[in-house]
Design a protein around this ligand. Structure first.
Ligand code: 5GP
Length: 208
């Protein structure tokens, strides 16, 4: 039997409040073969966040131990106070099974992942405008005014990283953003570079 093709590694970034979580959740609801990597962080849980589901909430000491054990694909110090990192083992195991893995991480993290895994697909989810983004953050009701100001300023910086990404998806209507994500997955799976086994068979005279 043919070996199952290695799953894609999809890095999804975008400013806080852009709706990355909503788009990714809707995509995953349609595609059980897509898994979300759960990051580790030293920040405190927001109301409703569950350990092991939204993040693995760690103390600084626990996080430091994971760094020492080389357990992260990448990790980052964000907003001057908290650490965030992507545990390596889950990503590798799921991809080997043929499942696609989404990493929802910031632009610096994405750059590090691309350096470590050149076949990673980088997708940036952008808002239709900065003022719409700010309105979404206010509407979320979980952020302080200071946090909203910091995140809006950070968003502008993050948008400048757009040219480093492979694809951009504007999240105006969620269903349309999800269709565009599906189009990206389909196109990436059809890349000749991801189909070398099939190409070898075809050129060797086999029926595929
Ligand atoms: P939040 O505190 O709103 O959940 O996330 C803050 C920022 O940290 C977001 O931009 C988010 O994408 C980023 N982030 C979450 N997990 C990771 C991770 O594992 N690595 C990196 N580099 N950034 C992350």
């Amino acid at each position: 039997m043919a070996r199952k093709k290695k799953g894609l590694l999809l890095v999804v970034s975008g400013p806080a409040g852009v709706g990355k979580g909503t788009v990714n959740a809707a995509l995953m609801a349609k595609h059980p073969e897509i898994r979300m990597s759960v990051s580790a962080t030293t920040r405190l849980p927001r109301p409703g966040e569950i350990d092991g589901v939204h993040y693995f909430f760690k103390t600084k000491e626990e996080f430091d131990r994971m760094i020492a054990e080389d357990a992260f694909l990448e990790y980052m110090h964000v907003f001057g106070m908290n650490y965030y990192g992507t545990p390596k083992s889950f990503v590798e195991e799921e991809r080997e099974k043929g499942n696609h893995v989404i990493l929802e991480i910031d632009v610096q993290g994405a750059k590090k992942v691309k350096a470590a895994c050149p076949d990673a697909v980088l997708v940036f989810i952008a808002p239709p405008s900065l003022s719409i983004l700010k309105a979404r953050l206010v509407g979320r009701g979980t952020e302080t005014q200071e946090s909203i100001d910091v995140r809006t300023a950070t968003a502008l910086d993050e948008l400048k990283a757009l040219p480093d990404y492979d694809y951009m998806v504007i999240n105006d209507v969620v269903e349309e953003a999800v269709s565009e994500m599906e189009a990206i997955l389909s196109a990436e799976l059809l890349r000749t570079g991801r189909n070398t086994e099939l190409i070898t068979k075809l050129t060797g005279g086999e029926t595929i």
